[in-house]
Design a protein around this ligand. Structure first.
Ligand SMILES: Nc1ncnc2c1ncn2[C@@H]1O[C@H](COP(=O)(O)OP(=O)(O)O)[C@@H](O)[C@H]1O
Ligand SMILES: [Mg+2]
Length: 261
């Protein structure tokens, strides 16, 4: 880390969003979003396609940094001031990991995928320590038994479900504070979906998890609280059971009744 870049203080809130707006050119994709994410919770984000779920999630680890993107408001994630130029993006992405829709392991071995983050962020980690961290990450995602005898095989030889678990495992040696999931199960079959949801459930409390899903049933199954978004606006956030049974906003009610799209 270079000297003028600022690291995050420990004990900070997982995420604190205040009046966050984002424009792609002249198109406003986020409209004054305000939200707090609580430590250890699973927060889901639902809403019709194009409402800004992925855009908001990408802001959390600074993946919207193209030249035609403009942002306004305050955003603090894992103690990093995301809007500040002096914040170190590499450190932010170490503490705030992202899992995508399509499992995207690197075209290297299973072992090297899990060790990749450590090589980048903590290159001096002794080999035996790194091996231990790799094993425990693979244990944590319930992949160890499947892969322990083939760690040097190409990650792409694994099933889609195992590849997605590997993409989660490779974040863990860095001890992230927040995990972001953008429709993590949409490429998986029902068994794979159940396995990833189970994994998220097991990580509840250990990590703070924010999950974008187009699947309302998934939001109901996995999340403690749920955000409903519409046209870039955060319409409502509430405990998941409450949002689905007693939505406060009429637009939320219409959406969960299936009246949009
Ligand atoms: N990189 C981009 N450049 C321009 N417009 C974008 C970009 N990404 C998303 N958008 C637009 O912003 C809006 C929100 O998109 P997105 O955040 O992907 O929504 P969601 O994840 O809810 O489907 C959509 O109208 C989309 O077309
Ligand atoms: Mg999306």
């Amino acid at each position: 880390m270079s000297q003028d870049l600022v690291a995050a203080p420990s004990g900070a809130a997982p995420a604190r969003v205040r009046g966050l707006s984002l424009w792609y050119g002249t198109f406003r994709a986020l409209d004054r979003v305000t939200l707090d994410v609580a430590p250890g919770e699973i927060l889901s984000m639902i809403g019709p396609s194009g409402c800004g779920k992925s855009t908001l999630l990408r802001c959390f680890n600074r993946m919207n940094e193209q030249s035609y993107v403009r942002m306004e408001g305050d955003l603090e994630v894992a103690g990093y001031d995301v809007m500040s130029r002096s914040t170190d993006s590499l450190a932010l992405r170490r503490d705030v990991g992202m899992v995508f829709q399509r499992p995207n392991p690197l075209p290297i071995s299973i072992r090297e995928n899990v060790l990749f983050g450590l090589r980048l962020h903590a290159p001096k980690t002794p080999r035996s320590v790194a091996e231990g961290m790799m094993e425990s990450a693979l244990q944590q995602v319930a992949l160890w038994e499947l892969v322990k005898d083939k760690l040097d095989r190409d990650a792409e030889s694994l099933s889609l479900e195992a590849r997605q678990k590997l993409c989660i495992a490779r974040l863990l040696p860095l001890k992230p504070k927040v995990l972001l999931f953008d429709e993590p199960c949409s490429a998986l079959d029902p068994d794979g979906t159940a396995a990833v949801e189970e994994l998220m459930d097991e990580m509840r409390g250990t990590f703070t998890q924010v999950v974008v899903t187009h699947n309302m049933q998934q939001a109901r199954r996995v999340s403690d609280r749920c955000v409903f978004m519409l046209m870039g606006e955060l319409v409502e956030v509430a405990p998941t059971a409450e949002l689905f049974t007693h939505p406060k906003d009429e637009r939320t009610a219409k959406y969960i009744e299936g009246r949009y799209g």
